[in-house]
Design a protein around this ligand. Structure first.
Ligand code: ATP
Ligand code: MG
Length: 561
């Protein structure tokens, strides 16, 4: 493709709303442009790379027996009402005002609709149906460029099976296909066991990449691959001690001491000797949650341990319930339910709040002084703690979800009456699985992992072009003649070539554009080298340059350096 005839509007600066590298670079390199919040237009070379991602996905989906569909985005609302998902999606679902239509945020309903009455016998299954289609979600905070859009392209796949054993097979096939897709896209990713949220169903796993732009927080062990959303992550952490002898309980005046750190500094004690109290309201009743030192209550764990409706108590409620404000609350003489983190189990000689402002209590023996206490895993894992699986060090970081595989089960087939006859002639609901990949997220995450201060650094499978051919002074007859010849030869040799044939652009400008656009190899044709029948070849990733004789160019390109 000739740059002189192409629309590649590169920019020196990105608009201020772009903060993360992939967003900045996509705009600066002229790959995409925003139309409205969370809505992007793909420009030609951006779309070229996006298509390469879709091709890889297609190949891997076809390899596991997937059949490609194209379901409509405009869906009758009625079908979505039957599964209760108009309500479940709430404001995320785009609804058409003058018609009873919705814009599909995913396609479980439509797959089930077409399976109904068409898949009649166990003999008609298994089926793997997939599509690469635009999805619509009214995300409240579209951000990070195409990573969270209101319109985005998803590869969504669905398995239809007669039983759970069939579903297991389909699920494993997708797990393998997804790993191949992300490997082929040259992404560094990891897999996290997850909850299925609004989708329903049992087992689900998320494919994620580490990124500060992520909205999930995960605990990850580099050594054994243990990865878990912090909402459910566990670790091995040092428990509080039980000393041979319990001291008696005593009150200590601690003026203006509120935090655990302040308490430790004031009393010259270690965090491991302290217990922090948090008050929650559980179905209208106060509960004191006791944590070791500076450990944070993990509200997801708390919710699943005690069930019902749980929320932190408001500051004004604290005084009423305990007689003190936050920072002075503790388990001694607390009149309601107390639950504590496992690390505090049976600990003694602890310090905690006195339920009296500006006072703490020492010598607390939980066995003796709070005998009804219940222990659970309630803490939020922290970076640096030991992996629960292998004992190596855990890292806690932000991550972006690239893909998600779910064992849906029969939720949708039951809601829509999608039945089949099994081997014994009995009618049963079809067992479904659902599998999604965000195509733009692959694109953006690839850039997040492959850029430098000059621009994008593409790797071969996704690069819009293999070679960026730069004619330095195209007004010079010899240079332009040589470039034209090289351009034709490279194309004939099977390369995709972006040819900077612009006449009125300086060499410096061309170099900057080439580095910003980031094709893996640059072939630079200038007067000086050409006089000796030579051209320069640059590896964009390493910056390494080689001057090579013209007739050796194709040979050099064959073995990448
Ligand atoms: P998230 O938690 O990030 O909102 P999700 O759980 O809602 O994701 P799924 O419903 O599982 O996502 O959709 C499958 C895939 O589609 C996701 O793994 C992600 O790659 C992509 N995706 C989801 N929402 C968006 C969005 N708003 N913009 C771009 N891609 C998205
Ligand atoms: Mg979502």
């Amino acid at each position: 493709m000739r740059l002189s005839k192409s629309f590649i509007p590169t920019l020196k600066e990105a608009p201020t709303e772009a903060v993360i590298p992939s967003h900045i670079l996509m705009i600066r390199a002229g790959l995409a442009r925003q139309l409205s919040a969370g809505i992007y237009s793909w420009l030609p070379i951006g779309y070229k790379a996006l298509r390469k991602i879709m091709d890889i996905i297609r190949e891997e989906m076809n390899a596991i027996g997937g059949q490609e569909f194209h379901f409509p985005s405009l869906n009758p609302k009625e079908i979505w009402e039957q599964t209760g998902r108009v309500e479940a999606f709430g404001d995320i679902l785009f609804q058409i005002k003058n018609r009873d239509y919705v814009l599909a945020p995913t396609h479980e309903e439509i797959v089930a609709y077409h399976a109904k009455g068409a898949i009649v016998s166990y003999k008609d299954m298994p089926q793997i149906w997939y599509q690469i289609q635009t999805k619509f979600r009214n995300e409240p905070r579209p951000r990070s460029g195409v990573i969270r859009g209101r319109q985005f392209i998803m590869k969504d796949a669905y398995t239809l099976d007669k039983d759970d054993a069939g579903l297991d097979v389909g699920y494993d096939l997708h797990d393998k296909a997804y790993r191949s897709i992300f490997d082929r896209c040259r992404l560094k990713y990891f897999v996290v066991g997850a909850s299925s949220g609004a989708m329903g169903g049992s087992k689900s796993e998320e494919f994620m990449v580490k990124s500060d732009a992520g909205e999930d927080t995960v605990a990850y062990c580099e050594k054994c691959g243990y990865a878990s959303n912090v909402e459910v992550a566990q670790s091995v952490a040092l428990p509080a001690k039980r000393h041979a002898e319990s001291k008696p309980v005593y009150e200590i005046s601690t003026p203006n001491v509120k935090s655990i750190n302040e308490l430790c500094a004031f009393l010259k004690i270690h965090e491991q000797e302290t217990a922090k109290s948090r008050i929650y309201i559980h179905d209208g009743q106060p509960v004191l949650v006791l944590m070791l030192g500076n450990d944070e209550v993990n509200e997801t764990k708390l919710g699943s341990v005690i069930g019902g409706n749980v929320r932190p108590a408001h500051p004004e409620e604290l005084k009423e319930i305990t007689g003190a404000d936050a920072g002075s609350i503790g388990p001694i003489d607390f009149k309601h339910r107390i639950i504590a983190d496992n690390l505090l189990k049976d600990a003694n000689n602890l310090y905690s709040g006195a339920n009296k402002n500006d006072f703490h209590i020492g010598g607390i023996d939980l066995l003796r002084d709070a005998p009804k206490i219940e222990y659970f895993d309630l803490r939020t894992v922290k970076s640096g703690e030991k992996c629960i699986r292998c004992g190596s060090t855990l890292e806690v970081f932000k991550a972006i979800e690239l893909g998600h595989i779910f064992k849906l089960g029969t939720k949708y087939s039951e809601a829509l009456g999608v039945m089949f006859l099994d081997e014994t002639g009995k009618e049963k609901p079809i067992v479904m699985g659902s599998y999604g990949i965000g195509v733009e997220r692959i694109f953006a995450c690839f850039i997040e992992q492959n850029y430098d201060e000059k621009g994008i650094v593409w790797k071969e499978p996704l690069a819009p072009f293999n070679i960026h051919l730069i004619g330095l002074n195209m007004k010079n007859g010899a240079v332009s003649e040589a470039c034209e010849k090289i351009y034709i030869e490279l194309i004939a040799d099977g390369y995709e070539v972006l040819f900077d044939d612009r006449k009125d652009v300086s060499a410096g400008f061309k170099f900057n554009d080439a580095d910003l656009l980031g094709m893996p190899i640059q072939v630079i044709v200038g007067e000086k080298n050409l006089k000796e029948e030579k051209v320069e070849v640059k590896n964009r990733r390493t910056g390494e340059k080689k001057v090579v004789e013209l007739n050796k160019l194709l040979e050099l390109l064959k073995k990448p350096f």
